[in-house]
Design a protein around this ligand. Structure first.
Ligand code: NPQ
Ligand code: MG
Length: 369
């Protein structure tokens, strides 16, 4: 294909409730969408999951926009015979900026598969048509508020609950959730790097709560502390922020820093790299699950296709649209018996609703490439 036009469109979506993690509190989601149009008139959509601030990772929305405009898209528009499979190699000279890379790769992949009439799930070789999904529950002011939030999600049918934790918000909320809802609910925690090596004795106390996993207790570049904790804890360690590539995943598995991997395409630089991590983990008997970055319906659709691969044996942070947004920019994803349906249409299988998209748009930038 040949790129003819690229539109960078920023949308602002208010969250149904503030989402607090060890990284800070989010009240609305600004998301940067990439719409490519090819010389043949095919259209593809990508979503950049960078946040406004460089807190989850070094990447941030304004920087991602600039990198796409100045460095990534020109490399794609110059390339003769562009295909999605060539994108990682074409973008290799540019370092970092995985969320920007993912967005442009996703848009090219969507355009290519729409033209070919193939769904992203089919392209990946997905084996399931619907998926049990989980929900990520933010830190609340009181334990009572947390219990009522978890109660609502369990009643809605979510297959597992993930609690965000930080020092001062771990044992007490966990004990309350287990006491209220019993030993049978699937429960896991995510620390978003909020602990240090000296917290290991404290973290071992989490073993008492029958958790599926503890996600990313330590800094992204501190594999050693994760290895040490893994050796001293029964609860499996899962890495999120530490894993930025298939090579990272191989290293972490080899060093026994984790026994479960959270895969987020935006964090690892693309859906193709995400697929490679899936394959590597499957071959090594390491379960994976799909993380979430408060995606709009576009990113959510693509994540469902990825998470339909056989190695995704744990429910992902791919909640219904209503968990985050009153009005998504696509038709909403709705939970049925704790499950979401994997899109079957060509490409990512969904397009923005024109009215919802217009209502959410805060800026558009047209690039003639
Ligand atoms: C995680 N996500 O697993 C992330 C953290 C996270 C659903 O728990 C804006 C953009 C706000 C990305 C807040 C979930 C965010 C964000 C939290 C990602 O670690
Ligand atoms: Mg996480």
């Amino acid at each position: 294909m040949k790129l003819q036009q690229v539109e960078l469109r920023e949308v602002a979506l208010p969250l149904v409730a503030p989402f607090r993690t060890a990284l800070g509190t989010q009240e609305h989601r600004n998301s940067l969408l990439v719409k490519v149009t090819t010389a043949d008139g095919a259209v593809g959509w990508g979503e950049c999951v960078a946040d406004d601030d460089p807190t989850y990772s070094a990447e941030y929305l304004a920087g991602a926009r600039q990198v796409m405009r100045e460095f990534l898209l020109p490399r794609l528009s110059r390339a003769p015979g562009l295909t999605a499979a060539l994108v990682p190699e074409l973008l290799r000279p540019v370092r970092g900026n995985p969320m920007a890379r993912t967005a442009v790769e996703m848009a090219v992949l969507d355009a290519e598969l729409r033209t070919a009439g193939i769904s992203l799930a089919q392209y990946f070789g997905a084996t399931r048509t619907e998926l049990a999904v989980g929900v990520s529950v933010g830190i609340t002011d009181t334990v009572d508020e947390l219990i009522s939030a978890v109660d609502g999600y369990l009643r809605a049918g979510y297959a597992r609950i993930k609690l965000k934790i930080e020092p001062g918000w771990d044992i007490e909320p966990l004990r309350a959730v287990r006491e209220t809802f019993g030993p049978d609910i699937a429960l896991q925690v995510d620390a978003n790097t909020a602990y240090g090596p000296a917290d290991q004795p404290h973290l071992r106390r989490l073993d008492a709560y029958g958790l599926t996993l503890i996600e990313q207790p330590f800094a992204p570049d501190d594999l050693l502390s994760h290895t040490r904790l893994a050796a001293r804890m029964d609860t499996p360690i899962c890495l999120d922020e530490s894993i930025t590539s298939a090579r990272d995943a191989a290293t972490a598995i080899r060093q026994e820093a984790c026994s479960i991997v959270n895969i987020k395409p935006g964090r690892v630089g693309g859906y193709l790299e995400a697929r490679r991590i899936h394959d590597l983990c499957l071959a090594n008997g390491v379960p994976v699950w799909c993380g979430g970055m408060l995606e709009t319906g576009l990113g959510r659709a693509a994540n469902l296709a990825l998470a339909a691969l056989p190695g995704f044996t744990l429910p992902g942070d791919i909640s219904a649209s209503a968990r985050y947004y009153t009005r998504d920019i696509t038709d909403p994803f709705v939970l049925h018996d704790g499950r979401l349906t994997v899109p079957t249409g060509p490409g990512i299988g969904i397009v923005p609703d024109p009215d919802a998209l217009q209502a959410a748009t805060t800026s558009t930038e047209l690039l003639t490439v």
